[in-house]
Design a protein around this ligand. Structure first.
Ligand SMILES: [Cu+2]
Length: 118
């Protein structure tokens, strides 16, 4: 079959279109992939902010102690324990286990919050 200029041009346009399509689908496909997030809980004024945080399993949570004295992030059920977080320091936990975890500060038992892992 003889290749004429018109069909050659059609093929070239098709190839260019395919390249563009693949290129445009790339970032979207990457965004759809499950990606672990890192969320932050501030410890400020002897409170956990927010007091209720919901994350996906695999996400990480960083507690940042903004108070001038130490705190802890201690799960009542024993799921996790930061031990002492010094003033200005933080503690990162990767929430692998699903469930609803109530936690307190062992120094200030009135400090209570919940981490929900879905
Ligand atoms: Cu405390």
């Amino acid at each position: 079959m003889p290749v004429n200029a018109s069909s050659y041009r059609t093929a070239a346009v098709f190839a260019a279109g395919l390249t563009l399509l693949c290129w445009s689908m790339g970032p979207a496909a990457a965004a759809d992939a499950p990606k672990a997030a890192t969320l932050t809980v501030a410890i400020d004024g002897t409170t956990f902010q927010p007091a209720m945080l919901t994350v996906k399993a695999g996400d990480s949570v960083t507690w940042v102690n903004k108070d001038p004295f130490p705190h802890t992030v201690t799960s009542a059920a024993g799921g996790f324990d930061s031990r002492e977080i010094a003033p200005g320091k933080s503690w990162k936990y990767t929430a692998a286990k699903k469930g609803e975890f109530t936690y307190v500060c062992i120094f200030h038992p009135t400090m209570s919050a919940t981490l929900k892992v879905e």
